[in-house]
Design a protein around this ligand. Structure first.
Ligand SMILES: C[S@@+](CC[C@H](N)C(=O)[O-])C[C@H]1O[C@@H](n2cnc3c(N)ncnc32)[C@H](O)[C@@H]1O
Length: 238
């Protein structure tokens, strides 16, 4: 881990918060749109099957995945470093009728402040590919996972729409900086295995999924198709 990577990930935090400011949303209610990513429902079903009590959606962004995830356990923690995002997300939970089950917390994925082994399921969507140091975030997420609990996360592949966005620039092998100055790294299955190996973790499942998303106000103004590797890591029980 270099000092540069540490400072880029830390520097992105206020940039992200700014991206959710009402003036940047051009009159739209949110940045990412209303439809949850399709896998949020699948993840909720897996967490439910596991009889999870406490889930964490980190980062929750402006809340699109909270309504399905709230069906995965009695308590859903919604965490992000952006207070602007969480203010929008709160209105999403009220509208969806799930606000009584969702607790918002300002959380940095590198230092969550949660106790060891305290969370039964973590949904980590569209964060790790933005980090120059996903290793430390993965270590932290695994630390707080309870025995038998699962982390479900994604990494974009090189078939993801972002790679061909006219405003993104290549800065290294499978590494880009987008027009908001956000770092983006893309993974194939071997890259993912190497990353997980480097922190002593192993995915129990990895699948490739692609899906369409509506425009994101002021960020990606066109209908687009994402492709990700979706992986699950379960902490051994007992
Ligand atoms: C691309 S958005 C994804 C949000 C959400 N998961 C979704 O699918 O809509 C990335 C989010 O990561 C948050 N973020 C960036 N760095 C973070 C960190 N170190 N810890 C927690 N959240 C972070 C940003 O504020 C932003 O809301």
């Amino acid at each position: 881990m270099s000092t540069d990577s540490l400072s880029r990930d830390a520097a992105a935090i206020p940039l992200w918060n700014g991206a959710y400011e009402p003036a940047r949303l051009n009159g739209h209610a949110n940045l990412w749109g209303d439809p949850p990513v399709p896998y949020a429902e699948t993840a909720a079903a897996l967490f439910r099957q596991n009889a999870a009590s406490v889930l964490l959606d980190l980062p929750c962004g402006d809340g699109r995945n909270l309504p399905p995830l709230a069906g995965g356990a009695p308590i859903l923690l919604a965490g992000d470093t952006s207070t602007n995002a969480m203010a929008i997300a709160r209105t999403v939970t009220v509208k969806a009728g799930v606000a009584d089950r969702v607790v918002f917390v300002e959380v940095d994925a590198f230092a969550t402040g949660f106790l060891d082994s305290s969370i039964d399921g973590i949904f980590c969507w569209d964060l790790l590919g933005h980090l120059t140091n996903p290793e430390d975030a993965l270590r932290e997420l695994y630390r707080v996972l309870s025995p038998g609990g699962s982390l479900i996360a994604n990494m974009w592949t090189m078939n993801d729409c972002q790679v061909s966005d006219p405003n993104i620039r290549e800065v290294g092998p499978k590494e880009y900086i987008d027009h908001f100055d956000f770092y983006c790294r893309f993974f194939d299955a071997d890259d993912l295995t190497a990353l997980l190996d480097s922190v002593g973790l192993r995915a129990e499942s990895v699948e490739v999924a692609s899906w369409w998303e509506p425009p994101h106000a002021g960020y990606r103004d066109y209908v687009h198709q994402h492709e990700s590797l979706i992986f699950r890591i379960t902490k051994p029980a007992g």
